[in-house]
Design a protein around this ligand. Structure first.
Ligand SMILES: [Zn+2]
Length: 187
């Protein structure tokens, strides 16, 4: 494990960094070292540093914790599982098979007005965390251009934007979380 947990100035988790990026932030005084990996060091010709495990930004970054909205992140949020029937396609090694999954607009695009839809009394962009879910191909075909109810399908969870920490845990959904990070992930 060489990755570094980046905390905002208020110690809330922001994201996971490559160690090289973390060292650059430390050397530029843009971040401070909070925890290091015991017994490990980074050596360069001019200096030796403890290997960073957790660093905190020196000034508060407002939008750094936003999880990027894209196909890969929606599939990870939904644990590579169809949100209608619960099918979770896995390969022989147990790895998810993203190619077997599609993204579905809960309220179909055809019902959008100026790019927005209303669901449960809330207005939202038609293509957003709140209106896009993972669906297997059969469910997607069955649903087509209908609402879930009209297609006889029920959503298994309420789709929403992941919190910054959920974003971090999504990255590591199949990897151990280092002990050095544990005290900073409760938020
Ligand atoms: Zn399905």
């Amino acid at each position: 494990m060489q990755d570094v947990l980046l905390l905002n100035a208020d110690y809330s988790p922001v994201r996971v960094l490559d160690w090289r990026r973390a060292v650059t932030l430390l050397l530029d005084d843009k971040a401070r070292l909070v925890e290091h990996y015991e017994g490990r060091q980074i050596r360069s010709p001019s200096t030796t540093l403890p290997w960073p495990a957790v660093v905190t930004l020196t000034s508060f970054a407002r939008h750094r914790g936003k999880v990027r909205f894209n196909r890969q992140n929606v599939l990870a949020r939904d644990h590579w599982t169809c949100q209608y029937c619960g099918t979770a396609p896995r390969g022989t090694s147990g790895r998810p098979l993203p190619g077997e999954l599609t993204l579905d607009h809960v309220v179909p695009r055809s019902k959008a007005t100026r790019g927005r839809v209303t669901r449960n009394g809330r207005s939202m962009p038609v293509t957003s965390w709140e209106n896009i879910v993972t669906a297997c191909r059969p469910c997607n075909q069955r649903k087509a251009d209908k609402s879930p109810k009209a297609a006889g399908l029920v959503l298994r969870s309420r789709p929403r934007r992941p919190t910054p920490w959920e974003g971090v845990s999504m990255l590591f959904s199949r990897v151990e979380i280092p002990d050095e990070w544990r005290g900073y992930l409760a938020a």
